[in-house]
Design a protein around this ligand. Structure first.
Ligand code: HAM
Length: 422
């Protein structure tokens, strides 16, 4: 017997847990499509397989995602990767298809599976699903504000309250390297007091140490150099504009100078949406501005852009944890039960024509007893049941039972479709 790969999920109809119930996924996806449409975004779908070089250069060689978490496949001389995110693939697609030649900025959204070889736990999977949006072609802070309001709209629509939006500015391309050096210089004397993971990060990816949850390390960081002190004037004034725009539409946020994000392509705006109550993996969504990504993956000129991505699984976990309303399964309009071979064939025929007329109709193609079939009809929450047995076949009339009132009536076969669809 095989089982699914660790860190992946089978989504099943009617599953107990919302996070693996297909009906919930349909509903959530549908709502997201509607919101994106209303905000003027169009869907983009890129392949799950990308060239490893694109992801490595786009996200950054030294990031955890690229250095430890990629699912790579070698075939011949080519190295492929199962995409760990969609921002770099979308920028690739934008450049490849010259979308800059279309009029106006590009507003693109997406929904689909991503892969990261992380240690699986609640809210953290090896195959997970992201939805997100990118505005490509402008460095105006209104685009940053629009991306954030769009992200918040999704959680608002699902009536998820209590999520915390953290905001920061990472400055220009020069800011990070300067800050990185200052942080290393400050942390080196504390070497022995750091955990093994942080010591390793110190040389490779020191900004990740800012995410530490170890109390002793947080204490050390209290006096560490502060990122905003290294940010250039223009980025600061953009940051002020963004904050004003968010306040104008009553989006609350907290400023967090320690927020750096785990991907290297960000400059200026960075943000994360956090939610308590879904375990240690509490980031619902994150994003920011990435004006240098296009150049990093080979574009001649920089292409300003900003976006967000969110975990579908974490959204559903949060909806469940918060008691936000979850959709129920659409009940059957009609269930057909039959006894005997001739009635069974008639049941198949009637099912077909009622479905063609637009009704949701259920029928079990087995030779179960009437009682067992009625049990199925009940479980399917069917509004009406059509009963076909010997007597019905002789009189060419179906017995139709209303499951809510218990009322029964006889309807001739030839009038069934018309009668049940009016
Ligand atoms: P990210 O923060 O790496 O950003 O991922 C975005 C969201 O994906 C996270 O907040 C989380 O909800 C979800 N996520 C990430 N890893 C996992 C996992 N292993 N299991 C379950 N959920 C996960 C990005 O990917 C950027 N591309 C965001 C962006 C878009 N920046 C600009 N545009």
């Amino acid at each position: 017997m095989f089982r699914n790969v660790e860190g992946t999920n089978d989504l099943l109809p009617g599953a107990q847990k919302a996070i693996v119930r297909t009906e919930i996924w349909h509903h959530v996806e549908e709502v997201i499509h509607q919101i994106m449409l209303r905000y003027g975004f169009s869907e983009i779908r890129t392949p799950i397989l990308e060239h490893t070089g694109l992801i490595a250069r786009g996200i950054g060689q030294l990031t955890d995602i690229v250095s430890k978490e990629m699912f790579t496949l070698e075939r011949g001389d080519t190295s492929y990767v199962l995409r760990p995110e969609l921002t770099a693939p979308i920028m690739r697609s934008y450049l490849q298809h010259h979308l800059e030649q279309q009029s106006g900025v590009q507003r693109l959204y997406y929904l689909g599976p991503c892969f990261r070889a992380e240690r699986p736990q609640k809210g953290r999977y090896r195959q997970f699903h992201q939805f997100g949006a990118e505005i490509i072609g402008t460095d105006d802070p209104r685009a940053d504000a629009e991306i954030i309001t769009l992200m918040m709209e999704v959680y608002d629509t699902f009536e998820l309250t209590g999520a915390k939006l953290r905001l920061n500015t990472l400055g220009s391309a020069e800011t990070r390297p300067k800050y990185r050096e200052a942080l290393i210089e400050y942390l080196i004397p504390f070497g022995d007091a750091l955990t093994a993971i942080s010591r390793e990060r110190l040389s490779r990816n020191p900004l990740r140490i800012l995410d530490t949850k170890v109390e002793a390390e947080r204490k050390i960081l209290e006096n560490a150099p502060c990122l905003p002190d290294y940010v250039d004037q223009e980025s600061l004034s953009n940051y002020e504009s963004l904050k004003r725009l968010l306040r104008a539409v009553e989006i609350s946020f907290v400023e967090d100078p320690m927020l750096v994000r785990g991907l290297d392509y960000y400059t200026r705006t960075a943000f994360e949406l956090e939610y308590g109550g879904i375990g240690a993996q509490n980031a619902l969504a994150g994003g920011g501005r990435y004006d240098l990504l296009a150049s990093a993956i080979g574009a001649k000129n920089p292409v300003p852009a900003v976006g967000f991505a969110a975990g579908m699984e974490r959204l559903i976990l949060a909806m469940e944890a918060s008691g936000a309303p979850l959709p129920t399964v659409r009940p059957f309009d009609i269930w057909i039960v039959s006894l005997g071979e001739t009635a069974g064939k008639k049941a198949f025929e009637i099912t077909h024509y009622l479905r063609k007329s637009g009704l949701r109709v259920g029928m079990e193609p087995t030779k179960r007893s009437m009682k067992a079939q009625m049990r199925l009809a009940n479980r399917a929450d069917a509004h009406r049941v059509i009963i076909l047995a010997e007597q019905e076949m002789q009189t060419e009339t179906a017995t139709v039972k209303n499951m809510l009132t218990g009322e029964q009536k006889s309807i001739p076969f030839i009038e069934l479709v018309e009668n049940l669809t009016k």
